[in-house]
Design a protein around this ligand. Structure first.
Ligand code: NAI
Ligand code: MG
Length: 355
């Protein structure tokens, strides 16, 4: 592997996915080149159109194909004329599982100049570390008495020590590099087996990280605190379900879904991470060229950071931050009227003028 070259697998997907990805790839390339590196892109046309054409959103050897890359940049999937599970399970969740990407990182940062629906979000800067493989989303269960009129839906939540430990190590290490403060989110007053196991295992893992202060917060209390006192939070560790819900809530603090990046990673292993905006394919605005590309660009910055290209990552983040200070560069979701392409060229411009 040539450390000078970043080999990127790109999966634009459906709806606004290709629009935000097209805005992001040139920013990553420009940032890397400014640091004397190169970007090598392999693009895969997986998603809804492929499903309609070939009956599957991605090929059977998809994981093998993307393993040739250093990292994956993913847009979004989902289209109204294809069943949800064929694309969400058939592509993005399937790929995360095939690569065993155990941890989902969702940073939320309020950029100066970006309006939010919550008052006083200045300085909000937190990261949600979400267990990415099991919990309520493990896919275990079934329907009994189907079609009888007394149908019974059974959805089994699964919490393993192994999965909790993997997420906990990542969260403690991250908290150690940041404020030294970690908030574990569970619901052990009402649920008696899975979440108490979380509490126990995370406390045990914490013994390896004496410099990190651990607090345990019930998920309902955390929902209120996230709005009332978001600056009291830094790194949050949560199960798959709680992390999913809390991260959409947290994104509101930063201006909404158009601002929320994420990374799916398997720390310490040699598999490519998948970096993607938290949002979906947004069929309501797709094709209009008005999607906010910032979530995707910030996902790209996380990707560069994880590959050790911290200088290039900083260039992307700084250029995004500078661009967002000017309301003329805000897309409709932020109350502005800039197009996706205008934001992209403003970010590139800023990067070039910063040299
Ligand atoms: P969504 O995130 O696509 O859209 C929710 C709302 O946020 C819409 O009003 C949309 O216009 C707005 N929005 C989202 N991203 C935006 C951006 N970058 N700029 C400006 N506005 C933005 O979620 P929704 O509507 O629930 O799902 C649409 C489709 O996306 C469904 O098929 C769903 O399954 C899929 N989906 C896929 C995901 C993925 O690929 N990882 C994640 C979430 C949903
Ligand atoms: Mg979600």
């Amino acid at each position: 592997r040539d450390p000078e070259v970043v080999r990127l697998a790109v999966i634009p997907g459906d709806g606004i996915g290709p629009e935000v990805v097209a805005a992001t790839v040139p920013t990553l390339r420009t940032a890397l080149e400014a640091e004397g590196h190169r970007l090598d892109v392999a693009s895969y046309d997986w998603g809804g159109e492929r499903y309609l054409r070939q009956g599957a959103a991605m090929p059977a050897d998809a994981a093998g194909l993307v393993k040739k890359a250093d990292a994956v940049l993913f847009g979004a999937v989902g289209r109204p004329d294809v069943p949800e599970h064929e694309l969400v399970w058939g592509l993005i969740i399937g790929l995360r599982q095939q690569l065993d990407l155990a941890v989902n990182l969702r940073p939320v940062r309020a950029f100066p100049g970006v309006p939010t629906k919550v008052r006083d979000t200045d300085g909000v800067d937190l990261v949600i570390v979400r267990e990415n493989t099991e919990g309520e989303y493990v896919g275990a269960g079934g329907v009994a008495h189907a079609g009888s009129g007394h149908d019974l839906g059974i959805e089994v939540a699964v919490h393993s020590r192994r999965a909790i430990e993997r997420a906990a190590h990542q969260a403690f290490a991250l908290a150690g590099r940041r404020s030294g403060h970690l908030s574990l989110v569970t619901k052990s007053n009402a649920m008696r087996y899975g979440y108490p196991l979380w509490d126990r295992v995370v406390r045990e893992v914490g013994e390896h990280y004496p410099a990190v202060r651990l607090e345990t917060v019930l998920v309902d209390a955390m929902a209120a605190r996230m709005i009332q006192a978001p600056r009291s939070l830094d790194v949050l560790l949560a199960s798959n379900l709680f992390g999913d819900i809390l991260s959409d809530l947290a994104a509101v603090l930063a201006g909404g879904m158009g601002m929320a990046p994420s990374a799916n990673v398997l720390p310490g292993a040699d598999v490519p991470g998948i970096y993607e905006p938290v949002h979906g394919s947004a069929p309501d605005i797709a094709g209009k060229g008005v999607a906010n590309p910032v979530a995707c660009m910030l996902s790209g910055a996380m990707l560069l950071d994880d590959l050790g290209h911290t200088g290039a990552a900083r260039r992307v983040r700084d250029a995004v931050a500078a661009t967002l200070r000017d309301v003329r560069h805000h897309t409709a979701d932020l109350g502005g009227n800039a197009t996706t392409a205008e934001v992209a060229s403003a970010v590139l411009h800023t990067m070039e003028s910063q040299g």
